[in-house]
Design a protein around this ligand. Structure first.
Ligand code: GTP
Ligand code: SPV
Ligand code: MN
Length: 591
């Protein structure tokens, strides 16, 4: 068992010490380990995780620094039905969130947590979200009995002493408690207490349920604080586009879970546009606030990527292939006999035989998938060959365009631009998308996912729309707003648009629009590229007719779409900004 657990407390912060002591008394671990975030510590803890069987060491010749993890098969994705926002009133959490009174939830979860770390180690993880010294950065402390969480948080955040240094003597830190319990869906709760800046997660050991800096702090608690303090916490990638002339334009994009953020943030332009270059700031979360010059500035609060593995190959995402070839934890992919990893959509042929994500023997004849559709890599951002140097800039980067997008096999065109800010907020608020494996249940069904924040907004969705409309007044030079859909299909069920690196062509039009140097035509939905302004040079098997199909707006489909949007609007009725209802009427009038 535990060999070297000498992690000593390196803080004299009274609030931290008192809280850790209180939680330790309650959870009753055998020992407490304070993470310092050093390389030596990572080495020791990794070796310990291997010894415990939590990780398998992969083939170090092929995959230096890489490890393999299998989660409990009942615990493979976020569980939205177990996620709660515990505000004083249910009204404050709104109709799109599960709610329980804070007192009741504290009581329930404290009972689960009591004594639950007997015989186990409680790890104290101080972590910093955002570049050190950034006015947008925040400190959290996660207490966990999962060594997998420790190692993951070490990659996903700036973990250890750096966070305690940033905190100093302040008591302003997020208090996060994670207890694995027996990893039983019946006792699985991810509970947020926005007023206390606190999170309790029990009964899971997977991704967004337990890496508390990510969805819980950076999005749910973050969005709650952002509304109070005048900033945005969003489910958005952030990237920089460098033109052949060296001009850099920063763009943020909100696509729902498993709808293409990581791929877009790490895009490799096609040969025809090879003078253009993409720089990644972040692939999942953006914290944005107006700067003194009237522009909207964004930081990436994270330090790593927890990305979808299936479909990753040297054609779809060459930068990711390079990034995950070292220092990466693979969760729920397939394991080959030579301790390499495999997944559906990887380069090369499938292995003749391997173990699937559950550890069962798998061959190409097997009916089931070898890798779970929500299998993930956990890789440090410093491995990304496209990492923007600005990622550590405490002031962030000025955003020129915001792109919304969903996964829709019909109805929604490849690209259109909002007429103005409020129209853009309407487009974001009414976003629809087919559900994916990133959350348990409902895969393939279209649902409303406003600004890709349905599972992540820590308060009433109507108030969230209001916040977006109001913020316009504080941003003198607001970003232009766009909507994309990479996933529209033709009559044969094939994607109309080639996607991935070819998305650069759409992004180039967006950037050119921001700099007012390309034309557009007005449609009922918004501005679309003029006849020759979307550059299709060198795109094989893609006729102008196919583009027409990808851009088509069918009145019948849109009338149905607006009816579907009404379901969400009716739910939010009491707090729905009137501006959005006017936008709906204007759209109907234009159709
Ligand atoms: P989360 O981490 O869950 O928030 O997801 P994400 O938005 O970062 O999604 P990601 O980039 O990992 O993509 C998810 C899935 O969409 C993968 O299976 C990709 O292969 C697929 N995908 C991404 N971009 C495109 C595209 O342009 N076209 C098509 N057809 N598929 C895409
Ligand atoms: C998502 O579901 O949007 C993710 C993965 O980014 S998780 O961290 O599990 O939420
Ligand atoms: Mn995400």
């Amino acid at each position: 068992m535990t060999k070297d657990l000498s992690g000593k407390c390196k803080t004299s912060n009274k609030a931290v010490l008192a809280w850790v002591e209180e939680m330790a008394k309650h959870c009753k671990p055998d020992c407490i380990y304070w993470c310092n975030g050093s390389k030596a510590e990572r080495k020791t803890l990794t070796a310990e995780a291997v010894e415990m069987g939590v990780l398998i060491k992969l083939n170090q010749k092929k995959l230096p620094g890489c490890y393999y993890h299998r989660s409990n098969p009942n615990d493979v994705a976020r569980v939205e039905q177990s996620t709660f926002i515990c505000t004083e009133s249910q009204e404050e959490a709104g109709p799109t969130n599960n709610w329980m009174a804070p007192k009741e939830m504290y009581q329930k979860l404290r009972a689960y947590a009591e004594g639950s770390m007997r015989g186990r180690t409680m790890y104290v993880i101080p972590y910093l979200m955002g570049p050190p010294g950034s006015p947008l950065a925040k400190v959290g402390i996660e207490l966990t009995d999962s060594i997998y969480v420790v190692l993951s948080m070490g990659t996903m955040t700036r973990m250890g002493e750096i966070a305690l240094e940033e905190l100093g003597t302040s008591d302003d830190f997020n208090r996060g408690l994670h207890c694995m319990l027996d990893v039983n869906p019946e006792r699985r709760y991810i509970a947020h207490f926005p007023k206390d800046n606190a999170i309790i997660s029990v009964g899971s050991n997977y991704g967004g349920n337990v890496l508390l800096g990510k969805k819980c702090l950076a999005l749910r608690i973050g969005s709650y604080l952002g509304r109070q303090e005048g900033w945005f916490a969003e489910h958005m990638l952030v990237l920089g586009v460098e033109s052949p002339a060296g001009e850099k334009t920063y763009v943020a994009a909100a696509f729902p879970s498993a709808c293409g953020k990581t791929n877009f943030a790490m895009m490799m332009p096609p040969p025809h546009l090879k003078g253009w270059k993409i720089w990644t700031i972040g692939d999942d979360i953006a914290w944005m606030r107006p700067g003194p010059d009237g522009r909207l500035y964004a930081i990436n609060p994270e330090a790593g990527y927890f990305g979808v593995v299936p479909g990753t190959n040297s054609k779809s995402n060459p930068a990711a292939v390079q990034m995950i070839s070292r220092d990466t934890i693979f969760t729920n992919v397939a394991l080959t006999p030579d301790l390499d990893v495999w997944w559906e959509g990887k380069d090369g042929p499938p292995p003749k035989e391997c173990l699937d994500w559950k550890g069962n023997k798998w061959t190409p004849d097997s009916e089931e998938k070898a890798a779970h559709p929500n299998s993930r890599f956990t890789a440090p951002m410093t491995n990304n060959p496209l990492l923007a140097p600005e990622v550590n800039d405490p002031t962030g980067v000025p955003i020129r365009a915001i792109i919304f997008g969903g996964r829709r096999s019909n109805t929604t065109p490849l690209i259109y631009q909002a007429f103005n800010w409020v129209h853009g907020v309407y487009i974001g608020a009414t976003m629809g998308s087919e559900m994916t494996a990133a959350a348990v249940g409902g895969a393939g069904q279209v649902r409303r996912d406003p600004l890709a924040m349905l599972p992540f907004c820590g308060y009433h969705m109507g108030d969230y729309f209001r916040h977006w409309i109001n913020m316009h007044k504080t941003i003198k030079h607001p970003p232009r707003i766009f909507h994309v859909n990479w996933f529209r299909k033709d009559g044969q069920g094939e994607f109309l648009w080639p996607g991935f690196g070819e998305n650069m062509r759409v992004l180039k039009w967006i950037v050119d629009r921001c700099h007012a140097r390309t034309d557009a035509e007005e449609t009922a939905l918004g501005w679309v590229p003029g006849p020759a302004s979307l550059d299709l040079t060198g795109l094989s098997n893609f006729s102008p007719e196919r583009l027409e199909q990808a851009q088509a707006i069918y009145e019948e489909e849109w009338r149905r779409e607006i009816m579907m949007q009404d379901e969400l609007f009716m739910k939010l009725h009491a707090r729905l900004p009137k501006e959005l209802i006017f936008q709906r009427e204007l759209l109907l009038a234009r159709l």
